[in-house]
Unconditional design. Structure first.
Length: 101
């Protein structure tokens, strides 16, 4: 059961990380250099939803696996930095056995 929550957190984290990169490196330049703010609106909503979902699932994993509070803080910080969730994902792999990855 715990492995399923870790797998879900990993998948959501990757999606959240990709959405942040798209927001920063595609949508924002389109807004400011091509006068196309609608991309920020759409990608921003998607990213916001994925961020909230990531944090919710991270909290569930924190509760179910009795993570130290520090690990939950690391998840929170990782979601704010480009490539942060990808780095955090490598840490999450250590919670899964080789057959579950």
């Amino acid at each position: 059961m715990a492995a399923n929550w870790i797998k879900a957190l990993r998948k959501i984290g990757i999606a959240e990380g990709i959405s942040l990169l798209v927001l920063l490196f595609v949508a924002m330049p389109l807004k400011y250099f091509a006068n196309r703010p609608e991309f920020v609106t759409v990608v921003g909503w998607i990213h916001g939803f994925l961020f909230i979902l990531f944090m919710t699932v991270a909290y569930i994993v924190y509760e179910k696996l009795n993570w130290p509070f520090k690990k939950l803080v690391q998840a929170f910080i990782a979601a704010f930095f480009p490539f942060g969730t990808f780095i955090f994902d490598k840490q999450l792999k250590s919670y899964l056995g080789p057959e579950s990855r």
